[in-house]
Design a protein around this ligand. Structure first.
Ligand code: ATP
Ligand code: MG
Length: 671
């Protein structure tokens, strides 16, 4: 297998793999280096990625985009209403979360956001396996910094449904920063270089401040604007065109989803043209009521229209710096990524914030995917990669709660906002029986609106009070893991036991609560031939506890069910593709054979043979445009074989003659 990194973009996604020589971006079936993040549903099959994008305009109602925004989106979030505005399909509420209702295989079917993302990831996997000719199983998936525990769990579940093993979920800007740190050769060895990484993409904007040294990276602060990206610029252009068309042509594209979607597309083009030119034309053929709409826009006009947006451009930077405890003048370099950073007015704005020129060291579109592939390679047991240490920053404070019992407190803020992860902490609780621990966000008001404050509950069972004790001292190993998940990794009971140790030997301090490792090691009693002993007391593990997770991750059954559904859909897609292949092959054969009958095969069949075969060819052709237009794989194969039985006979005679001639020619040459 090959380590696989995916930058799941709201607009398009980039895939990279780690190969022996380095990190390569994978091109898709039409040789593009990024793939539209789109899933379309048809009468028989799905159209995902490039094919999804090309069928979109004619199948708006059954084509899902903005997948990244939908993933695990609560219908209570104000963002749900925002996404409704961008959705041309039926965005629905399934058990409190965004889902999509589409007409697929002749039935109205509903898919969860996790299933939709899984379909898309599965397609990226297939593209990668085809291009690299190697199986893909481990994935490092890049997600926005503002993804909560629930969204990250959904992302990991989507990987599983796509048959991928999520070795790590990583923040997209962090992945890009890791890529920068690994490939930049001039990083200092002692004093850190402070770099601001800014990613402005299709729908959101994130800024992370990082400290970099040779082989090391630490994210010091991160902030975001969830509603700042290319599509917001497209929207202001579209709205302005809608107003103009209403005046000029007396129709309102806002009342016609197809028209609105086409103007959005045109608006994106205008925006891109205005990044390189000072004015752009707008021509949209028969946009509505058979009217060809025309207009134009200048760069100045776009800047005016987007002034409210541009005014917010400095906010994430200020917030990230505040968390990092730094000021703008302490930033050594500003690295921009994301397609939207090509907008000139935005670049100017960002440069003004720092009063410094901006850098574009990284490939704007590919940095995240490449970083993710490198991180996946770090986790691979078979790849040899340059050692690189990196720590991310925890975006939300998290507290673990338990039933107070005889404890002094019933909770502890284990992972405060702004601390680094991965990180492990030990909690000791004195219990008389099995118990539960619940993790919650400490400050729900810090969370993206509509986010549930619950993270997970763990059932801790197997508690037994050791002999001679009043309660069991339970050590709970709590961890914010590399993917940012808040977990309980293990639990066990400890007891104080007496040990004898050599007097000469320096007596070790009893281990602190911070380190579980030491405690494990201390179980061993070290025998010694020396007679002088001293009795000491130490905590040792006496029993492991069972830790059972109940959180946002899908249950085994739910996962199984989604896996089966996906498996069936992939099989259906494959059958449709193969059927199409067989049909094309038949069509090609008809034309090819007909041509050859009048050409190279002409002398190798009798007139009556030719006549009868021509009739068969015409009949097959007629069938293809009639009943055979939409037939089965087996029928196309059967038709092909029927024609080939005569065709191959003639071909054989022709080939025999060719061989004879060749031999004759060779003999002549040898003489
Ligand atoms: P996100 O990171 O928000 O999930 P994404 O990764 O799909 O989305 P990118 O590929 O970084 O987004 O950027 C896509 C956006 O960049 C689109 O809105 C696109 O219109 C815009 N964009 C691309 N090229 C240009 C350009 N030359 N000028 C202006 N905008 C551009
Ligand atoms: Mg992006």
């Amino acid at each position: 297998t090959v380590p696989f990194g995916v930058d799941l973009g709201n607009n398009s996604s980039v895939v990279a793999v780690a190969r022996n020589r380095g990190i390569d971006v994978v091109v898709n079936e039409v040789s593009n280096r990024s793939t539209p993040s789109v899933v379309g549903f048809g009468r028989k099959n799905r159209a995902i990625g490039e094919s999804g994008e090309s069928q979109k305009t004619s199948n708006l109602k059954n084509t899902i985009s903005n997948l990244k925004r939908l993933l695990s989106l609560s219908t209570e979030s104000p963002d749900y209403e925002v996404e409704k505005k961008y959705a041309s399909y039926n965005l629905t509420d399934k058990d409190g979360f965004a889902a999509a209702k589409v007409n697929y295989q002749g039935q109205i079917q509903e898919f969860t956001s996790t299933e939709l993302v899984a379909m898309y990831l599965n397609k990226l996997k297939a593209i990668t396996e085809k291009e690299t000719k190697v199986n893909v199983s481990d994935i490092c998936l890049a997600v926005p910094v503002w993804y909560t525990e629930q969204q990250r769990r959904a992302a990991a579940d989507a990987c599983l449904i796509a048959g991928l093993n999520p070795v790590r979920i990583v923040n997209d800007v962090t992945a890009a920063a890791v890529g920068y740190g690994v490939f930049k050769t001039d990083l200092p060895e002692d004093k850190s270089r402070i770099v601001a990484f800014i990613d402005i993409g299709h729908s959101s904007y994130a800024c992370s401040i990082a400290a970099l040294k040779k082989g090391e990276l630490k994210i010091l602060g991160t902030a975001y604007d969830k509603h700042f990206g290319g599509r917001d610029f497209d929207r202001v252009i579209t709205e302005r065109l809608a107003d103009e068309f209403k005046q000029k042509y007396h129709f309102d594209i806002r009342t016609n989803a197809k028209a609105y979607s086409r103007v959005m597309k045109a608006a994106e083009k205008v925006k891109k043209i205005l990044s390189a030119n000072t004015s752009a034309p707008v021509n949209i053929e028969s946009v509505m009521n058979d009217v060809d709409a025309q207009s134009s826009m200048t760069r100045e006009e776009l800047e005016e229209l987007s002034a409210p947006l541009l005014a917010r451009a400095g906010v994430p930077i200020e917030n990230a710096l505040k968390i990092a405890g730094l000021t703008v003048d302490q930033v050594d370099s500003i690295e921009l990524i994301g397609g939207c950073t090509r907008v000139p007015a935005l670049k100017q704005k960002l440069s003004d914030v720092f009063s410094k020129p901006l850098s574009f060291t990284l490939n704007q579109d590919e940095a995240v995917a490449k970083g993710a592939a490198f991180i996946c390679a770090i986790h691979s047991p078979t790849m040899r990669v340059k050692p690189f240490k990196f720590e991310d920053i925890n975006s939300f404070s998290v507290t673990y709660w338990w039933d107070q019992g005889n404890e002094d407190a019933d909770h502890l803020e284990v992972f405060p906002k702004g601390t680094s992860y991965p990180s492990t902490k030990m909690i000791t609780l004195y219990r008389n029986g099995d118990f539960e621990i619940t993790a919650k966000y400490t400050n729900p008001e810090e969370l993206p609106a509509g986010t549930s404050e619950d993270i997970a509950t763990w059932k801790i069972t197997g508690v037994e009070i050791p002999e001679g004790e009043e309660s069991a001292a339970c050590k709970i190993k709590v961890r914010q893991d590399p993917s940012g998940f808040y977990t309980i990794q293990a639990g066990y009971i400890v007891q104080e036991k007496e040990f004898k140790e050599l007097v000469e030997k320096k007596v070790e301090e009893p281990s602190s609560e911070e380190s579980a490792k030491n405690e494990d090691e201390e179980e061993e009693e070290k025998p010694t031939p020396e007679p002088e002993y001293r009795t000491i007391k130490k905590l040792v593990k006496v029993k492991d506890l069972n830790v059972q997770y109940h959180g946002h991750a899908l249950s085994k059954d739910a996962l199984e069910e989604s896996l089966e559904k996906e498996f069936k859909m992939v099989a259906d897609d494959k059958l449709v593709a193969e059927t199409e292949d067989r049909k094309n092959a038949l069509e090609e054969y008809i034309y090819d054979l007909r041509g050859k009958l009048d050409g190279e095969y002409a002398a190798f069949a009798s007139e009556s043979e030719k006549e009868s075969l021509r009739k068969k060819l015409t009949a097959a052709e007629d069938w293809l445009y009639d009943d055979g237009y939409d037939s089965t794989k087996a029928k196309y194969i059967a038709k092909y074989e029927e024609l080939a039985s005569t065709g191959n006979l003639i071909k054989m005679r022709y080939q025999q003659k060719q061989d004879e001639l060749k031999q004759k020619y060779q003999k002549k040459r040898e003489q």
